[in-house]
Design a protein around this ligand. Structure first.
Ligand code: MUC
Ligand code: MG
Length: 374
């Protein structure tokens, strides 16, 4: 089993969102997918994708930077080389390129897709094998308006598409954000799980005030309340409240997961293929968490179908105690695939292989691809 990479092509694909998506650091009206096509020997083609959120406001890699890292450094490194699997691929990339995990994630995804197609197996089989054909998926209410969020949540509950919601808070003043979250919790009812993601917007004092009220109001999980560098604060919060903490920005790789857990953190880790450098790398964090008794959650960088499916193949191989948020394609007005994912009853179905099991619509890719290249 080995695969020789012959060429790598990259596009930036801009797709509008179905409504503004408001996070603490940015409001998105469009998502940019960095799409990778990896051509391998014997005509095998793999596809990968990387996304971030709000340009450079979420992380250190922008869509333009991801493309540049791939075209300038990573593609020349990989083309003409033969790899037996993701271990040698990651070894080659990490030996010459520091960081840039979003770019590496797109390439690891494309490689896994190609390898799965060559071997005629789904990507999940290359990662340990799927434990389940369907995974739970929540929806994020983040229109920026409490009443619109309540209406949207009620509609999705009535349609049966989702039964769990995440709210984006942290952009507003602490007390109005708490009122917003508790108003949605009481409008959607006790049976509905509501979580909040603060995206690092609070300091430790605000987090103690905020979590005290969120805990009393029946919120189920608080995601990354304080800045990613404040690991001591996150450990303190996780030990002080019964309301669990989900670490997101604070845990990208297995090393972060080990450091946080060995420091005494309790709660859960949000896995994201982009943070770790690909689906196989993200699973290393999952296994580190399992070793430490930290729970798992399948996270998104609001990917389109390609990145979402790559994540799902990885998430299907572990037990996600807190479910997943792999709804990215539903936030986009369109996509570049011929076979959209099946979301229903609060779950999404994992496509069957070979590879990712995703068929690209190349007309749509051409239509949405950014044209100007300076
Ligand atoms: C994040 O920080 O978790 C995930 C869902 C969503 O709405 O935003 C993302 C980013
Ligand atoms: Mg988050």
């Amino acid at each position: 089993m080995s695969l020789t990479i012959e060429s790598i092509t990259c596009w930036l694909v801009d797709i509008p969102t179905i409504r503004p998506h408001k996070l603490s650091m940015a409001t998105m009206g469009c998502q940019t997918l960095t799409i990778v096509r990896m051509e391998c020997a014997q005509g095998v083609v793999g596809w990968g994708e990387a996304t971030t959120i709000g340009g450079l406001s979420y992380g250190a890699e922008s869509p333009e930077g991801i493309r540049s890292a791939i075209e300038t450094y990573l593609a020349p490194l990989l083309c003409g080389q033969t790899f037996s699997g993701v271990a040698s691929l990651a070894g080659k990339m990490n030996a010459s390129v520091k960081g840039n995990t979003f770019a590496k994630s797109a390439l690891e995804t494309a490689f896994l897709d190609a390898l799965g197609k060559q071997l005629n197996v789904p990507v999940s089989s290359l990662l340990g094998g799927a434990l389940t054909p369907r995974l739970p998926v929540l929806w994020t209410l983040a229109s920026g308006n409490t009443h619109k969020d309540i209406d949207e949540g009620k509609r999705l509950l009535a349609e049966g598409r989702h039964n769990t919601f995440k709210l984006k808070i942290g952009a507003g003043e602490l007390h109005s954000d708490i009122r917003h979250a508790l108003a949605i919790k009481s409008a959607l009812g006790d049976e509905v799980s509501i979580r909040v993601d603060v995206n690092q917007a609070w300091d430790l004092t605000s987090a103690i005030q905020g979590m005290t009220r969120l805990q009393a109001g029946g919120i189920d999980l608080v995601e990354q309340p304080i800045p990613l560098w404040d690991t001591r604060g996150l450990i303190t919060l996780s030990q002080r409240f019964t309301l669990p903490i989900l670490a997101d920005e604070a845990v990208a790789t297995l090393h972060d997961g080990y450091a946080l857990a060995s420091g005494g953190f309790t709660g859960a880790y949000a896995l994201k293929i982009a943070k770790a450098g690909g689906p196989a790398q993200a699973l290393k964090l999952a296994h580190t968490a399992q070793a430490a008794g930290v729970a798992l959650y399948g996270g998104t960088m609001l990917e389109g179908t390609l990145g979402t499916v790559a994540s799902l193949h990885a998430w299907s191989t572990v037990n996600m105690q807190w479910g997943t948020e792999m709804f990215g394609p539903l936030l986009l007005k369109d996509d570049i695939v011929a076979n959209p994912l099946d979301f229903r009853d609060g779950q999404v179905t994992l496509p069957q292989g070979p590879g990712l099991g995703v068929e690209i619509d190349e007309d749509k890719l051409r239509h949405y691809a950014r044209k100007e290249r300076n």
